[in-house]
Design a protein around this ligand. Sequence first.
Ligand SMILES: [Mg+2]
Length: 189
Amino acid sequence: MRLGIDLDGVVANFILGWMTRYNVEFGTHLTEDLVDRWDAAADLTHFPDMSDFWAWAGAAGGGPTVFRHLTTYPGSLRTLNELAADHDIVILSMKPDWAASDTFAWIAEQHIPTREVHLVRHKWKVQCDLYLDDSPYALPDLVANRPDAIVCRYVRPWNDPVPGTVDIHDWAEFCSFVKEEECEWSQSA
Ligand SMILES: [Mg+2]
């Protein structure tokens, strides 16, 4: 199967990444558990709105962007490597232009087992058999435009149930789910 895998909030811990940097630069003590909704950064930081936040995350003093140095969520790399033995890992990430080169560098550094990376706004335009995402915007978009695919919601505090998606709570659950689907898929193929 072609597995369409999102990065931020699924594989890459973007929240911990920007918070660590923000805390060092501005002397704050923000913690991940404070994030309970999409775009929470506008409320948690001194930035008036998200465009100011993104300007900081991107330029960040002319050095690498926030996307260059992110940790991975527990079990994500191990699971992707395990699934890559039988499936194609297709990376689908919505990124601004300024984040593209750092994203490619990060993917390489983490040895993400993929031959295919798409930095796109409309993920459904890339055909996959199964998608895994955490975005309250991308998920309904995938359900609406890829009715034949399985769409998995990585359950996070910043998303709510999306009709037509399968809830996934951690990478072990995702691994088991894909292997169950794999049996059905190979029988119907
Ligand atoms: Mg995401």
